[in-house]
Ligand binder design. Structure first.
Ligand code: DUC
Ligand code: ZN
Ligand code: ZN
Length: 469
């Protein structure tokens, strides 16, 4: 199969060039001008369009048992939605069950995706059983194509592990070329405050932000950065949402420590005021860590600009607002009586690229090249997918977004493709929209039409060639 994309403007993390792309059998085989069209199966005229590497979402939770229910997008619905929004690859989390190995978890998550996947995917694994055998298992993860390991400093009694296990895991991972990742919130403090708040009858949604305050996130983030200094092991801190946490990462990087940071699209737009909305509406925005003050949001944008954070993800973990309807899994209504029972998570896998383009590029906060870098290139580099993915170069997968910078679209749950009954960006009119989206040369979405297929998406094994960026 030979495809030519002509007359477009190619945007990568490093360059903006007017050139045509030749695609052969799913790979980019040449970048140049005036390729002979005779013999091509398809010629796409991309006049007026930008051509960018497909989005790579480094942090998602599809089909994840959590909070007494399961996230509402599986590996087909989530993938279809991702493709409509220009994301062509993502890295999900296989979560270890206590008493079981991490290899078991990876196998379980691979099964969830098999036959359903429509875009390409890979897995991180979360170490949740803080026993010696878990740490000993770390080198074996590479045989399953997993080169990144997640630790939770939060979710006491469930996923949280102690600092000793955390540091041992960092050292073992570093010694074998794996990158450690961490959810940085102080789980002990959250558990204590939750108990006190509930005892005092403070059950309204806004109290989620009291139990998950900026100090609680910043303390854990600073501690995690100190662990990098102590172990000299690389660390990627996921979903950073507060100014003081970002400052801890910035200081660590200034010292030359191998620490990296991720933020999520919701933290560039939502604030604690969304969660404090009356009449249970705020439950829609409950996630951990939660979006915080306007000041924190400004700090997130600053960190995206000055490279304190290198990636923007989604932490996509959707739950129905009303999960009582026929055919739905239980959702946010589980927490009608108390914020503490609301399943934590927000949808966003479909919205990430258009919202970041609109809020970031259209406003002049970030350049189109920086947009590509934080949404695709850096996730690929950090997690060992580059240069197969994350850029437009000869030999790379033809995972491409043909993006119409002039097209306006109003985001709504009525028209989105995520399997969830609300959207965090409801009513936002964005300028710039994916016109055509390809994974390995196959068009999955064209002019709003779904042309993809369940089972087309491939598991991408990753070796220990992760980079620090
Ligand atoms: N936070 C969420 O809000 N959902 C999934 C897991 C997490 O850490
Ligand atoms: Zn997390
Ligand atoms: Zn997460």
């Amino acid at each position: 199969m030979i495809t030519i994309i002509k007359n477009g403007t190619i945007i990568t993390a490093g360059d903006t060039i007017g050139a045509d792309i030749l695609i052969e059998n799913g790979l980019i085989s040449a970048i140049g001008k005036d390729f002979p069209e005779a013999g091509a199966d398809e010629v796409i005229d991309a006049s007026g369009m930008y051509i960018m590497p497909g989005g790579i979402d480094p942090h998602t939770h599809l089909d994840m048992p959590f909070g007494g229910t399961v996230s509402s997008d599986d590996f087909f619905t989530g993938h279809k939605a991702a493709a409509f929004g220009g994301t062509t690859c993502h890295i999900d989390f296989a979560i270890q069950q206590k008493g079981h190995s991490m290899i078991d978890a990876i196998k379980t998550w691979k099964k969830k995706a098999e036959g359903k996947a429509a875009i390409d995917y890979s897995f991180h694994v979360a170490l949740t059983d803080p026993v010696e055998s878990s740490v000993e298992e770390i080198p074996n993860l590479l045989t399953e194509g997993v080169s990144s390991l997640k630790i939770f400093m939060a979710y006491k009694g469930a996923f949280q592990v102690d600092d000793t296990t955390f540091m041992k895991a960092m050292k073992k991972s570093a010694a074998h070329g794996l990158t450690t990742m961490v959810h940085a919130e102080n789980g002990d403090a959250i558990a204590l405050l939750t108990e006190e708040l509930l005892k005092a009858g403070n059950t309204a949604m806004g109290y989620h932000n009291v139990a998950h305050s900026a100090a609680i996130e910043a303390e854990a983030t600073a501690r995690a950065v100190s662990f990098v200094e102590i172990t000299n092991a690389p660390l990627y801190i996921v979903h950073i949402a507060c100014k003081d946490g970002l400052e801890a990462v910035r200081n660590g990087r200034r010292k030359g420590l191998p620490v990296m940071g991720e933020t999520c699209v919701q933290y560039t737009y939502l604030t604690d005021q969304h969660i404090a909305t009356a009449d249970f509406e705020g439950a829609k925005y409950i996630c951990s860590p939660p979006p915080k003050s306007k000041d924190d949001q400004i700090a997130v944008w600053e960190a995206l600009r000055d490279n304190t954070v290198q990636t923007v993800a989604t932490d996509h973990c959707p739950f129905w607002f009303d999960g009582t309807k026929e055919g739905r899994t239980p959702g946010k209504e589980l927490g009608k009586e108390s914020w503490a029972k609301v399943p934590n998570g927000v949808p966003g896998i479909e919205d990430r690229l258009p919202v970041m383009w609109h809020l970031g590029v259209n406003s002049g906060k970030i350049s189109p090249n920086r947009f590509v870098e934080i949404t695709s290139t850096n996730p690929a580099k950090i997690f060992g997918l580059y240069p197969q993915k994350g850029t437009i170069s000869v030999g790379a997968h033809a995972d491409l977004v043909i993006f119409d910078p002039e097209k306006e679209h109003t985001i709504s749950a009525e028209t989105h493709h995520m399997n969830v009954d609300y959207n965090c960006y409801e009513g936002m009119t964005v300028k710039g929209w994916p016109k055509q989206v390809m994974v390995r040369g196959k068009t999955l979405v064209k002019d709003g039409e779904w042309l993809g297929a369940q089972g087309y998406g491939e598991f991408i094994p990753r070796k220990s060639f992760n980079k620090i960026v």
